[in-house]
Design a protein around this ligand. Structure first.
Ligand SMILES: *Cc1c(COP(=O)(O)O)cnc(C)c1O
Length: 495
């Protein structure tokens, strides 16, 4: 018997994992979930004796259990064997002798943690598509890193094209250049006047536009999502929580069975939700700490039980976390409410109609039992980068710095080892990082990149330094209301 997936908002329509990966979002606008989460507990002893690749195959075969073992093995090799610059794929390091540990997730082709999932998702999707003879247009809204990681993962995949929308002037310069210089015959990139939430909401509306989808279906084209609402993105992220534990055991830092906790820089709640999945599947996680920037809607929710997106949107130095609608929180609400689809549906209706909802005191208590929280201003994140560099010589990016600051402010569970997730290379945010470590910031991002290389003595990834001379291929700027027509046109051109 394989796991059954259905929407967070109803159980009317069910499917297997392969189909859920292909569709991305459930037909009623909810997110795919399975009630089998945690039914199979992961064997920690086995995890601690295996490579990242073997752990990936093991955990994916539990979460996405209608793929055959051969299919999973092929996906794992294609996704991870030669694409990451670190032999451990996601290495755990310790900047100072007694400091928190850091799980470096950014050694993939686009230098952000999104690569871990987006090197895998296209592989999973190709296997799903092969069984149904369809051509697929992938849509992605990005706050900066998803776009490039998705482009890199999906470029030149047969029978598949990808369109990425990013907020105009809402990303770092390096992030923008990474996207608009993307190579490949099946890719489109477009800037949208508005912020990430406007862009993501418009993509979600396209998925519920039945008329558009039936016009596309007549041409054999289906739409799918590369955002972290796709279970095919969530599942690969569960792996590194287990693998980090395995590294700590093998390095002799902890004993098998000891508790750990993770502090996670959070935007759409995908990364930290994967940590919750790991806990449900048997990883000894004491608590998960949700770290936000000035867009601290999650800090308020986890403190008061009221989620309220009616607040000013802040552009910060950690742009990939500039998000006020954390989509994956919906999955947590589903699981913590005891699989109550009607309850989740009513909260999501309130959110779309009024911009806010409040959970019951029991729900809030259950969530707080597992989740801690905190937030950092840009100045606090900058100070964290400067302090860690001055004390240890280690350089972290602004997103990681938000989590580092928050980790220091949230007391540890007694006996638990704290791991901070590092989600991007500092070289994606050279100007800000140079300022934080006290280097000259004159000139452009590439001048800063060169200075940072010299100070840190770690080479910038070639894929980033070569952006300086890469030709720009995409210059489109549109309003969010133009997005459906844009997608339909690109389906014609690219598929
Ligand atoms: C996407 C992103 C985040 C936030 O991750 P979520 O899964 O959306 O919570 C944090 N840091 C960086 C660098 C990112 O790209």
């Amino acid at each position: 018997m394989t796991s059954i997936y259905h929407s967070t908002r109803s159980t009317d329509v069910t499917c297997g994992a392969k189909q859920a990966v292909l569709e991305g979002l459930a037909p009623d606008g909810g997110l795919f979930v399975t009630d089998a989460l945690g039914a199979t507990q992961i064997d920690l002893q086995r995890v601690c004796n295996q490579s990242f690749q073997d752990n990936s195959a093991y955990i994916l075969s539990v979460l996405l259990d209608d793929y055959t073992p051969e299919e999973i093995a092929q996906c794992v090799h294609a996704a991870y064997d030669s694409t990451f610059s670190s032999p451990q794929v996601t290495p755990v390091v310790q900047p100072g002798p007694d400091s928190d540990y850091i799980l470096e997730l950014y050694h993939g082709p686009t230098s952000a943690f999104k690569d871990v999932a987006l090197q895998m998702l296209p592989q999973l999707m190709s296997k799903s598509a092969a069984s149904c003879d369809k051509r697929i247009m992938i849509l992605a809204a990005t706050s900066g890193d998803t776009g490039k990681a998705a482009l890199a993962g999906f470029a030149d995949t047969p029978n598949l094209a990808i369109t990425v929308f990013y907020p105009y002037r809402g990303t770092s310069e390096v992030q923008r250049l990474q996207m608009v210089t993307q190579q490949g015959d099946n890719v489109a990139v477009c800037a949208i006047r508005g912020n990430f939430d406007d862009t993501q909401s418009a993509v979600k509306r396209i998925f519920s536009d039945q008329e558009l989808q039936s016009r596309l279906a007549e041409r054999g084209v289906v739409l799918s999502s590369a955002n972290s609402i796709n279970v095919g993105r969530l599942a690969p992220q569960v792996v590194y929580y287990f693998d980090a534990y395995s590294q700590l055991v093998r390095q002799g830092r902890i004993q098998l069975g000891d508790p750990v906790e993770f502090c996670v820089p959070t935007g759409n709640f995908g990364d930290v939700l994967a940590g919750y999945f790991a806990k449900r599947m048997g990883l000894p996680v004491a608590r998960l700490i949700v770290a936000s920037n000035a867009n601290n809607v999650l800090t308020d929710f986890l403190t008061t039980g009221t989620y309220d997106r009616n607040r000013p949107f802040h552009k910060t130095t950690s742009p990939s976390m500039d998000i006020l609608i954390s989509s994956n929180l919906e999955r947590l609400l589903y699981y913590v409410s005891g699989a109550d689809t009607d309850y989740v549906k009513s909260l999501m209706t309130q959110l779309s109609q009024t911009g806010s909802y409040t959970v019951s005191p029991q729900m809030l208590q259950a969530i707080q039992d597992t989740f801690g929280c905190g937030w950092a201003t840009d100045a606090q994140a900058r100070a964290a980068i400067g302090e860690v560099y001055a004390q240890t010589g280690y350089v972290m990016d602004p997103h990681t710095a938000v989590a580092w600051h928050v980790s220091a402010s949230v007391p540890k569970t007694p006996g638990a080892t704290r791991v901070v997730l590092s989600t991007a290379s500092p070289y994606k945010f050279c100007g800000e990082v140079c300022a934080a470590v006290g280097l000259d910031v004159s000139g452009d991002e590439f001048d800063c990149m060169a200075r940072l290389e010299q100070a840190w003595n770690v080479a910038a990834p070639q894929a980033l330094s070569s952006l300086k001379d890469a030709p720009v291929r995409f210059t489109d700027v549109h309003d969010a209301c133009d997005m459906p027509a844009y997608v339909e046109a690109k389906c014609g051109e690219l598929l």
